[in-house]
Design a protein around this ligand. Structure first.
Ligand code: ACO
Length: 327
């Protein structure tokens, strides 16, 4: 069975920055409250002319360049996003923008777990021999769906895109994984469609409406994350025949520094092994894990052969972990 190698990473550059002080002029909040409760100091916002697809393509292009792979050599593009430009999917636009003419491209939605779910999904196509080269992108523009008058949510999110290139290889560097869902807790974090009945003809109506901004029960999400994330990482490590002592880098979904600290403490991973970029980016949903990974690779922290425990968690509810070796 072919194995999976991780051969490149990339992310999009978003010039627009919104600091906590900027936010304190939008809602009743302070830099002190946001930074002590979450660790976030600033986040980037997509420019009005940027599309989700253009950010995703930027991240994908950078990852392909690092991997020295031409877009025409890509067999599949998997775009993890909850905020497509088009409900029919945005991966096709990314494929066109990259010129990845041979690639089949489609979206995968699992909120902040999206990248980890997509990484594991992509690896299955490689392991079965169906595809050799897959571009996995996590990208979200939650600023489009944030209620900017709700201080309990609007301070948390930022926009971003990150990507990884997977290639068939003799050695398998996806060492273990575990993916989970619990729809019974769906109500604690939502970006729901709200329909209104519109009469069409006698006795027949259609439901037409729009998506409404993010609602979240922060405390419930917090409790869920600190209990389930260590557990899912331990299960993925068990499948990889590894222990927490084998982790070189812990890359969690960047939701809240307190969640990262609590999870690392439970797993006994020292803080210098925990990758955190949320001070500059906030919670970028599906983009957060590949963005943190790409920054750590480009800064020279993560080196070929390092063992990385990744975990995503969020709406659905969904959560999952993939243990990978870089390279
Ligand atoms: N500025 C100032 N005060 C605020 C703000 C703010 N931005 N937001 C809330 N407060 C107030 C509240 O009104 C409350 O006041 P009260 O005591 O007078 O009622 C007080 O601060 C405490 O509020 P809590 O909600 O208890 O604050 P908490 O310490 O739980 O922190 C937070 C809230 C940061 C949202 C935290 O619960 C959290 O991080 N939860 C996890 C969220 C998450 O991880 N989401 C990830 C998934 S995202 C995805 O999948 C798309």
């Amino acid at each position: 069975m072919p194995g999976v190698a991780l051969v490149g990473s990339g992310s999009a550059r978003l010039p627009g920055t919104l600091t906590n002080d900027d936010l304190s002029r939008v809602v009743d909040t302070t830099d002190e409250w946001i930074s002590t409760r979450t660790g976030i100091r600033a986040r980037h916002l997509a420019a009005p002319e940027e599309s989700l697809a253009s950010l995703a393509a930027q991240a994908g292009r950078a990852a392909l360049e690092m991997a020295q792979i031409a877009p025409e050599a890509v067999d599949m593009i998997l775009l993890a996003t909850s905020t497509p430009d088009d409900l029919f999917g945005s991966a096709g636009q990314v494929q066109a923008e990259l010129g990845a003419s041979r690639a089949v491209a489609f979206d995968l939605t699992a909120a902040c777990s999206g990248f980890v779910f997509a990484l594991v999904t992509a690896a299955q196509y490689i392991r079965t021999g169906a595809f050799q080269t897959v571009l996995v992108i996590g990208a979200d523009v939650l600023s489009r769906w944030t209620d900017w008058s709700d201080r309990t949510t609007c301070v948390l999110f930022g926009d971003g895109a990150g990507a990884v290139v997977l290639k068939a290889s003799e050695q398998d560097n996806l060492l273990g994984f575990q993916l989970c869902s619990d729809g019974s807790m769906n109500g604690v974090l939502r970006l729901p469609y709200q329909a209104q009945s519109a009469p069409l003809t006698e006795g027949i109506a259609v439901q037409q409406g729009t998506f409404t901004p993010i609602t979240m029960n922060g405390r419930e999400v917090y409790k869920f994350a600190v209990s389930r994330v260590p557990e899912v990482i331990e299960k993925a490590l068990f499948r990889a025949n590894l222990t927490t002592a084998d982790i070189d880098w812990l890359i969690l979904h960047q939701a809240n520094q307190r969640i990262l600290d609590a999870v690392a403490q439970r797993l006994k991973v020292p803080s210098e092994r925990v990758v955190s970029n949320m001070a500059q980016h906030g919670n970028t949903s599906a983009a957060s894990v590949p963005l943190a990974l790409d920054e750590a690779v480009r800064a020279g922290y993560i080196k070929p052969g390092d063992t990385i425990a990744t975990a995503g968690f969020g709406a659905g509810l969904t959560w999952g972990s993939a243990i990978v070796k870089w390279g």
